[in-house]
Design a protein around this ligand. Structure first.
Ligand code: NAP
Length: 284
């Protein structure tokens, strides 16, 4: 059986260790943290592992997960490298969405195979996370051999691994942020506009929610280009002009213009050249 040590047994680290233990394919070896009581609780939750606060006492393992907060991954890797406890050829990985495997450079310099494995999943409540994890997509990048071994680990956890292009981590995470955070920001923008039009707050939710759900379903099912409807793709320059006149808030108008230009690009050859030029003149 392969062995896994977890450094930082918080929401993700505790959940991944529990899933690895439940898989029956990995033995959770050491569980590392800074405070004894949370560590004891983490080991209780995982159902395995020896709690320790001392990096110098770590036993040799096949995998080391550095599941500390993003801002602490690099320094934690430095401390682990200085402790010189990891055998050459083992795999060290972190789970940051934005950070590359290169955050673990001090370990790579000592012959450790380094990678990142990002599950696109929220581990807010570890108990529920363990129950719901099956099928989660897990983005992998880093050393080729480390990625191969982590593909097997991700599958054992119940996840679906896939690879990112080298250097693609920041663009990957930006994509997730656009899909998730900007959707929320768009909801707020739309609510601000319907409030200006006098739509009561209790009606804004069903009014916008129904349209947003239907549009998202269409965009996912048909693809964004074919799902696109509305004044821009129809070439309705007058309506776009009236929208812009109604946008009192300068920040809102700037966001409308930027997204409008993206929409013109998406409409592509569904717009004639003269209409595209008139729209872009309004939107710049
Ligand atoms: N949570 C999610 O939904 C999620 C999803 C995908 C990826 N991730 C990634 O997973 C990683 C961990 O996130 P998280 O949400 O699990 O964080 P978290 O719940 O805050 O857990 C972090 C853990 O690391 C411990 N820790 C901090 N510094 C340490 C150090 N120097 N040595 C040993 N342990 C240390 C903390 O202990 P203390 O309590 O003593 O500070 C805590 O137990 C991050 O890279 C994050 O981007 C998280």
């Amino acid at each position: 059986m392969q062995t896994l040590t977890v450094v930082g047994a918080g929401r993700l680290g505790g959940s991944v260790a529990r899933l690895a233990h439940l898989s029956g394919q990995y033995q959770v070896l050491d569980v590392v943290g800074r405070r004894p009581e949370p560590l004891r609780l983490a080991c209780e939750f995982i159902g395995a592992g020896r709690a320790t606060t001392d990096l110098g006492r770590l036993r040799p393992a096949d995998f080391y997960l550095l599941s500390v907060p993003d801002g602490e991954i690099a320094s934690c890797a430095g401390e682990l490298a200085a402790a010189a406890v990891m055998p050459a050829g083992c795999v060290a990985f972190h789970a940051s969405g934005a950070g590359e495997a290169a955050l673990l450079a001090p370990l790579a310099e000592r012959g450790v195979l380094t990678a990142s494995l990002h599950p696109a999943f929220s581990f807010a409540d570890p108990g529920r996370a363990v129950a719901d994890f099956a099928g989660t997509l897990c983005a992998l990048e880093g050393d080729e051999e480390a990625c191969l071994r982590l593909e097997a680990l991700a599958r054992a956890l119940g996840g679906q691994p896939f690879r990112l292009a080298p250097g693609g981590k920041a663009a990957y995470h930006a994509g997730l942020s656009v899909a998730s955070n900007f959707l929320v920001a768009l909801t707020a923008m739309a609510q601000q506009l319907t409030a200006c039009a006098g739509v009561p707050a209790e009606l804004a939710q069903p009014l916008l929610g129904g349209l947003m759900r239907q549009t998202l379903e269409n965009a996912l099912a048909l693809g964004p280009r074919d799902a696109l409807t509305g004044p821009i793709v129809r070439g309705d320059v007058g309506t776009v002009e009236r929208h812009l006149a109604a946008l009192g808030d300068a920040e809102l108008a700037a966001a409308y213009r930027a997204l409008g230009r993206q929409t013109v690009a998406l409409a592509g050859d569904r717009l004639s050249d003269p209409v595209r030029r008139r729209l872009l003149a309004l939107l710049y």
